[in-house]
Structure formats: structure tokens, C-alpha cells
Design a protein. Structure first.
Length: 264
């Protein structure tokens, strides 16, 4: 996927017009059920591993047509759903798909909530933010002290025809949007600079969902076996964990702590 830095990034007003046109012409353009299922399974395993219940509130940043909230709502019918998106057309689509959701057309920096949210998703969104540290900081401000955030961004540098250098530039194929092309280390430096703690750092199954994190306000520990189950799901091997079983046997033999520290 070629990219170029020959133009100036669009203004917020230009982005709003762009997304309005996209959702008018193709309302389901970014509906990707496999991403929603993948996200839910990782979060479900994480919540189980940290002995947490189902969140009472969820905020989907850049909710688009509402496909993520629709899936999570089907699994968590009692969770209060909230969503924001730059496009008012996308918000109208979301409200029809998830009638119980409370959604507004807003940019992230202008978003306010009456109470801190227990669970936040931002999938395929933050790579478009010119000021990434500020974006992560805003998400942290919206999150409750004990809440978690599930973040997914593409590994743009891994696209076959992408320049293997970091920068904020426009893709010349595909969506042709402006996106950050960063290595994992650079992303994680920005995450930590915002005050977040990285409790899981995963590699998604495709470059367009290449970097995935579960973030919290402070470091947490997750039971060792739950960590292995999450890593197993990440690799598509939940049913075949012979290597993980060997690691667990070593863990039992050595008597190390019953918690495995995941913070990177």
C-alpha cells in the first residue's frame, strides 16, 4: 500500500465532509464483523482473567455505522452503550442499529461524559489523529479509574508497498486516508507518555489491525493461565495449546507466582 507525503493533512471540517459523503454513499463500508468478534473475545478473556464483571458502560470512539456496539450489545445486553463519530450520518445509522445507544456527532477532543466510562473502544481511529498523545490522554480522562480501554490501530508500515519509515502521510491506495505509520515501539512510547499502562500488547491477525492493546489507568496483574488463553486466541490456537501446557508445567515446577505480569 503506497503512501505519500506530498499534501497537507485535511482540516477537521474537511474530514467531517469526507466522512459524511462516505456514509451517505456506502453506509456499511467499514463493517468488519471479524474485528468486532476478535475484540470481544480478547476483552472477554481479559475480564475473566482479572476477575472483573461485565462493564456497566461502554464508549465506542469513532463508532462509524455502529457495528462494534451492535456486536458488543448482543453479548452484553445490560451495558449502557455510547458512541461518538465525526459524521452525523454515521450516528443516524448507529442509532437505528443500536436503538438503546446514546450517540453524538463529535470529535474526540470535544467529547464529555456525565460519568467516567468503564470500557472504551477505539478501533481504526487513533492512527488518524495528528496529536496522538493528546488523543490517548483524552481517552484516559474519559475512562474510570478501574476501567479498561481496547485500542486497535493498523500496522501501516507492514503494508506490502508501504515505505518502511515512520511518519504521518496519506495512503495512495485503499482508503487514501492520512494515517500514522509507526512501529510498535513508537506507538507504545506515545501511549505511556499519556499516562496509560499497557496491560496487554497483542499482534492482530492482519496488518489493518496489526497493533492491539488493553490499557488501564495503572498496572494490573492477570492470572497466568488467563494470559496464556489470550495469547492462544491471538494466534488462533485456543484448542491446541501444547506449548502453553509445557510452559504451565514449568511454572508449576518452579513455583513462580500465580500471576504473570503482562505490563510491557
Amino acid at each position: 500500500m503506497n503512501s505519500s507525503a506530498n499534501h497537507t493533512p485535511p482540516s477537521l471540517e474537511q474530514l467531517v465532509k469526507e466522512y459524511e459523503a462516505i456514509y451517505r454513499d456506502n453506509p456499511l463500508r467499514w463493517d468488519e464483523p471479524y474485528k468486532d468478534k476478535y475484540a470481544f473475545e480478547v476483552v472477554r478473556l481479559y475480564l475473566k482473567g482479572t476477575n472483573r464483571g461485565i462493564p456497566n458502560t461502554m464508549l465506542d470512539i469513532g463508532c462509524g455505522s455502529g457495528h462494534t456496539m451492535e456486536y458488543f450489545s448482543s453479548q452484553w445486553p445490560m451495558t449502557n452503550m455510547h458512541g461518538i463519530d465525526l459524521s452525523s450520518t454515521a450516528i443516524e445509522i448507529t442509532q437505528k442499529r443500536v436503538p438503546k445507544a446514546c450517540c453524538i456527532a463529535s470529535s474526540l477532543d470535544k467529547t464529555t461524559v456525565p460519568e467516567k466510562v468503564e470500557f472504551i473502544t477505539a478501533m481504526g481511529v487513533l492512527e488518524h489523529c495528528t496529536e496522538t498523545i493528546q488523543a490517548f490522554s483524552k481517552i484516559r480522562d474519559l475512562l474510570s479509574l478501574t476501567g479498561i480501554a481496547y485500542i486497535e490501530v493498523p500496522n501501516c508500515i507492514a503494508y506490502p508497498e508501504s515505505e518502511k519509515v515512520e511518519g504521518f502521510r496519506k495512503l495512495t491506495t485503499g482508503s487514501q486516508q492520512w494515517e500514522w505509520h509507526l512501529f510498535r515501539k513508537s506507538w507504545e512510547e506515545r501511549i505511556r507518555s499519556s499516562g496509560f499502562s499497557i496491560n496487554l500488547s497483542l499482534k492482530g491477525p492482519k496488518p489493518e489491525m496489526g497493533f492491539i492493546w488493553v490499557l488501564t489507568q495503572r498496572e494490573q496483574r492477570i492470572p497466568f493461565l488467563s494470559y496464556l488463553r489470550i495469547r492462544g486466541y491471538e494466534r488462533g490456537k485456543l484448542a491446541r495449546m501444547a506449548l502453553h501446557h509445557s510452559v504451565y508445567r514449568l511454572y508449576k515446577m518452579t513455583g513462580i507466582s500465580d500471576c504473570f505480569h503482562i505490563n510491557h
